[in-house]
Design a protein around this ligand. Structure first.
Ligand SMILES: C[S@@+](CC[C@H](N)C(=O)[O-])C[C@H]1O[C@@H](n2cnc3c(N)ncnc32)[C@H](O)[C@@H]1O
Length: 186
């Protein structure tokens, strides 16, 4: 079997991020990616993590405390559009779009704010750094968002960014896919 989209996202990040770096989780959800990032950068590093739902933040906090990594995660109950305010270079940014698994399906990421957050994220990504965007498009908002994000990524200059799409193309039911954007230059 080929590795699934999440495994590929993590592998690409692991290959690029150093211990001690600052990284961003743009969509905390249940905290799986936040935990992965916190373990990767370790105590010398920092994870800035966003979600607009209190439930997501509580679940993530619980998870991080249980694993003993909460001390270097800055959890923000705010939209990822706030990435605009980050003023330091970051090595990786993870987006996992859609709704909170097990939560309210009506609260989902939205095309316009996602694009604004991606734009801001690309501005703080250091050369050689990576942004991963997992796209789930089995729901209506997801379909709109998928088109918007793909179109936006296609406009990125190939001189500045490498953009990769990883997806099974023979699966039924809107197979989720990964977009990975690497900022060129070291
Ligand atoms: C698919 S879940 C993320 C799953 C998560 N990465 C994990 O590992 O469990 C998507 C999350 O995005 C959050 N979200 C929706 N709009 C957002 C926004 N504008 N800014 C930040 N988070 C948002 C939702 O509340 C939801 O928790």
């Amino acid at each position: 079997m080929f590795p699934n989209v999440l495994e590929v996202a993590r592998k690409l990040i692991k290959e690029r991020v150093q211990v001690g770096e600052t990284v961003i989780d743009a969509t905390m959800g249940n905290g799986n990616d936040t935990l992965f990032l916190a373990q990767l950068v370790q105590e010398r590093g920092k994870v800035i993590a966003y979600d607009i739902q209190k439930l997501a933040m509580e679940k993530t906090r619980e998870r991080l405390e249980r694993e003993g990594v909460a001390g270097w995660v800055d959890m923000r109950l705010a939209s990822h559009e706030e990435i605009e305010a980050v003023d330091e270079p970051v090595g990786a940014i993870m987006f996992n779009l859609g709704y909170l698994p097990g939560g309210d399906k009506a609260i989902t990421t939205q095309a316009a704010s996602t694009i604004r957050a991606i734009e801001s994220g690309l501005r703080v990504l250091r050369p050689g750094g990576i942004m991963t965007v997992m796209i789930y498009w089995g729901h209506e908002a997801g379909r709109v968002e998928k088109d918007a994000v793909e179109s936006y990524c296609q406009t990125l200059s190939q001189m500045d960014y490498l953009v990769l799409k990883y997806q099974y193309i023979n699966q039924q039911n809107h197979a989720p896919f990964l977009l990975a954007i690497e900022r060129r230059g070291i």
